[in-house]
Design a protein around this ligand. Structure first.
Ligand code: UDX
Ligand code: ADP
Length: 464
């Protein structure tokens, strides 16, 4: 079937960039991205394209090119469903915060709502594509809802997980390592082929992999679990390096040159964040437990336990180094996003480190080139149900990094933004309390230079 009209439910960090690329590469397809969030859609439609709700290098140019031509953003979900031949579901699947599976399982309520809405609106056959990361066998539940509540039309379900990483989303979408499409290979061949055809507009055919539905759903969880495991593995070694005089950067280089291990994803850090790693591993743990596979569950859970340890360890090192108290001291945070080149802060290590230091009565001064004050405050309210008043007492968000660092007792680097390397560190040193401490949670600064300027500098995984 030749597809000329698609829609995507969910205009988030996955739905927005993915649909912008499809629109750019397939001018013959009308692409409509819908969301219930009126503010978010208004931002996607903002005349000034730099105001789109997601900061992602290269994305605003793409949107500027396709928006109004064959890319549309709207809150009219029903109209978009009605008009589309193919519907991508790209809504959030957070960890459940209540009831059965609380703190572990993925909450599928938004997925279910989408399925019910598609079923009630659709008056002709539709291809429904799972874009969100979902527990294995979710397609079965979606199919059940569609078939049992629909208007007698046919639904074909595909799984097409997205592997883009934030900060490099545009490049990842333009040149993916692979595109994965899962379908019921007997019944859904035609639907599968039509999705392959869309990607074939820019992705070489040999990189478009088709599998059965369950392999596709489980591959996405597995890929994220393996990536997170690498970060926890190198972070575990970083602690041992600090005790033994080994240097974790040298360790990464040495093991990464083994072609079986490879050099990527071996950067020790204050801990991984982002909307996927923790959520997906906990979900995997829950699924394994639900099949009675306790050893499998325990194995993967350790990746998250290690990550929590790394974040706590970073925060407690700050307190211990500052003579066991940070009460009333100003600690400047450079970076709040969970990684560079994004304004996303979900599960960012900065949130937990800040929370720890607030309990120790520190005053936190935050600077992040892309994260606004409102988001910082929301993150902390959400974590600890603190009142806004309490947060405002403990945290100040700055728009100038030099102001954030002025009179600080210590600086903590939480995100690896490139601009941090180019700062005038001598000027920063001169304006700080002495001794001037720097805790580099991303190993981005030059240790020798920092020490020669007079800083007491500590990095992750080395003793300098
Ligand atoms: C991840 C997966 O990479 C992507 O394929 C999937 O689609 C979504 O989840 P994302 O969370 O956007 O992408 O970013 P990623 O680059 O994977 O980084 C995740 C976290 O790990 C960040 O906090 C990052 O700083 C941290 N990290 C990554 C490290 O600490 N060290 C590393 O070597 C790599
Ligand atoms: P991701 O990072 O996976 O893209 P986000 O949380 O950034 O996730 O985006 C998911 C989006 O899906 C949110 O903007 C949310 O408002 C939207 N959403 C959730 N449920 C629905 C629904 N039933 N209809 C339309 N949009 C929805």
């Amino acid at each position: 079937m030749k597809i000329t009209s698609i829609c995507c439910i969910g205009a988030g960090y996955v739905g927005g960039p993915t649909m912008a690329i499809i629109a750019q590469k397939c001018p013959h397809i009308k692409v409509t991205v819908v969301d219930l969030n009126v503010e978010r859609i208004a931002a996607w439609n903002d005349k000034d394209v730099t105001n789109i709700p997601i900061y992602e290098p290269g994305l605003s140019d793409l949107v500027a090119e396709a928006r109004g031509r064959n890319l549309f953003f709207s809150t009219d979900v029903e109209k978009a469903i009605d008009e589309a031949q193919m519907i991508f579901i790209s809504v959030n699947t957070p960890t459940k915060t209540y009831g059965l599976g609380k703190g572990m399982a993925a909450d599928l309520k938004y997925i279910e709502l989408c399925a019910r809405q598609i079923a009630s609106v659709a008056k002709d056959n539709k291809i429904v594509v799972e874009k969100s990361t979902l527990p294995v066998r979710t397609a079965e539940a979606i199919k059940n809802i569609l078939d049992n509540t629909g208007n007698g039309v046919q639904f074909q379900i595909l799984s097409n997980p997205e592997f883009l990483a934030e900060g490099t989303a545009v490049q990842d979408l333009l040149f993916p390592d692979r595109v994965l499409i899962g379908g019921n290979l007997e019944g859904e061949r035609e639907a599968l082929d039509s999705l392959v055809e869309i990607y074939a507009n820019w992705v070489p055919k040999e990189r478009i992999l088709t599998t059965n539905l369950w392999s596709s759903e489980l591959s996405k969880l597995t890929a994220n679990a393996f990536l997170a495991q690498r970060v926890s593995s190198i972070n575990a070694m970083s602690e041992l390096c600090e005790k033994t005089g080994a240097d974790v950067n040298e360790l990464s280089r040495a093991i990464g040159m083994d072609s079986r291990i490879g050099p990527k994803f071996l950067k020790a850090s204050v801990g991984f964040g982002g909307s996927c790693f923790q959520k997906d591993i906990l979900n995997l743990v829950y699924i394994a437990k639900s099949y009675g596979l306790n050893e499998v569950a325990d194995y993967w859970e350790q990746v998250v336990i290690m990550n929590d340890h790394q974040k706590r360890r970073f925060a407690s090192t700050i307190v211990q180094t500052l003579y066991n108290t940070v009460s009333g001291k100003k600690i400047a945070f450079l970076g709040w996003a969970f990684k560079k080149d994004t304004n996303d802060t979900r599960e960012s290590a900065a949130i937990n480190v800040c929370d720890y230091l607030l309990h120790e009565q520190a005053h936190i001064a935050v600077y992040d080139p892309q994260v606004k004050e409102k988001k910082v405050f929301n993150d902390l309210q959400y974590l600890d149900s603190r009142s806004l008043e309490e947060i405002e007492k403990g945290i100040t968000v700055f728009e100038d990094p030099y102001e954030a660092c002025k009179d600080a007792h210590a600086i903590a680097i939480l995100t690896e933004w490139d601009e941090f390397k180019a700062y005038d560190w001598e000027k920063i040193y001169d304006n700080m309390q002495k001794p001037a401490f720097v805790f580099d949670g991303r190993n981005v600064l030059d240790a020798k230079k920092m020490v020669s300027l007079g800083f007491v500098y500590s990095a992750i995984g080395s003793t300098n």
